[in-house]
Design a protein around this ligand. Structure first.
Ligand code: KG4
Ligand code: ZN
Length: 329
């Protein structure tokens, strides 16, 4: 039986963020703290799992001490931990910590699939006074996943489309590296694209004439690599930055148009009237803009829910928020 009015402590360590949150009733954040290790990994051009695990071990103790001071006096009915899908050495740090904590507090331990929890950003973001209604269509766009998911309830969902190769965030990170931009590549590409012409390079939109709701980004990434290897050496030193901005903006436009086209197919197929977006790539304002203008242009009547950036990337609030749907007496 689902117990309402629960206060759940969430822990997230699946990738490069160590995060704690205490969430009441699945939506009200009482406290949250997140520590990023991005700067450590950036020197290596991407996440190094063993380095990540070491950093989590170090950060979780320090962060935990501050966090427990902030939530002193509040009840803890359960401990939820991002347990599935992530970098195994990093995930294990959170899992062991959460298991020990649940045991010490004598409360249930709830393992959470962090990919599904990404959709819960809108529930913990209090700027959304109206939450989506079931059933709705979910779009998960992260560093490891690209999925279209129909949710008929918090726990009943079907993946109706997913990537056949690279995930969208992975493609952004790899294209950024091809362009000589630092990790994580998504925000860098978004930033540099502001000064670029998104129609400068006519990359082909992937799977445009395919009837499925699946995605593919590997071919687009290779097209960017081939183009850059051929054209970059011909650019005058002074103009290289403009060339890079044009390629980044063109890649971003094509990648997000591909997403918009597949979302359109999914909406037609399912009759969804609400689209809920989550995952690190959802922090791109450009993705929201492209989806929004695509819906307008095509006359698609679908309400778009995109949470604040801090609830798009990995965070413990969505873990605790989603867990309230799974908590049992
Ligand atoms: O959900 P997340 O924090 O971690 C995973 O579960 O993977 O997503 C991280 C991914 C990275 O690949 C990062 O480059 C991408 O999200 N990302 C973005 C943006 N901000 C983060 N991609 C495109 N545009 C952005 N503004
Ligand atoms: Zn994630």
């Amino acid at each position: 039986m689902i117990k309402l009015h629960m206060t759940i402590l969430g822990i997230e360590t699946t990738c490069d963020e160590t995060s704690f949150a205490l969430v009441e009733n699945g939506t009200k954040i009482i406290a949250e703290v997140t520590m990023s290790q991005i700067a450590k990994h950036a020197q290596y051009g991407g996440v190094v799992p063993e380095l990540g695990a070491r950093e989590h071990i170090k950060n979780i103790e320090q962060l935990g001490t501050n966090f427990f001071k902030a939530i002193e006096g509040y009840p803890i009915d359960a401990v939820a931990v991002a347990a599935k899908v992530g970098l195994p050495p990093a995930v294990q740090v959170g899992e062991s910590y959460a298991a020990a904590l649940a045991k010490a507090k004598n409360v249930p331990l709830i393992p959470i699939n962090h990919v599904v929890a990404h959709v819960w950003g809108v529930w913990v973001d209090n700027s959304f006074t109206e939450k989506p209604n079931f059933p709705f269509l979910g779009l998960i766009v992260s560093g490891g996943h690209t999925q279209l998911v129909t949710f008929s309830s918090p726990t009943q969902f079907d993946i109706i489309g997913e990537t056949l190769d690279d995930a969208i965030g992975e493609a952004f990170d790899k294209v950024a590296s091809i362009l000589g931009l630092p990790y994580p590549g998504g925000p860098e590409i978004e930033r540099i694209s502001e000064t670029g012409d998104s129609h400068a390079v006519p990359f082909t939109i992937p799977l445009e004439h395919d009837d499925t709701m699946n995605f593919s980004f590997a071919g687009l990434k290779t097209a960017v690599r081939t183009y850059v290897e051929k054209e970059l050496p011909n650019q005058h030193e002074t103009y290289k930055k403009y060339f890079i901005a044009d390629v980044a903006a063109s890649f971003q436009r094509v990648a997000f148009t591909h997403i918009a086209q597949k979302v359109e197919k999914a909406i037609k197929e399912t009759g969804a009237t609400q689209l809920v977006v989550g995952g690190g790539v959802a922090s791109s304002q450009r993705l929201t803009d492209i989806l929004f203008s695509y819906f307008e242009e095509k006359g698609i009547k679908c309400e778009l829910f995109v949470p604040n950036r801090k609830y798009c990337t990995d965070n413990a609030s969505v873990i605790a928020g989603y867990a309230s749907n799974l908590a049992t007496e």
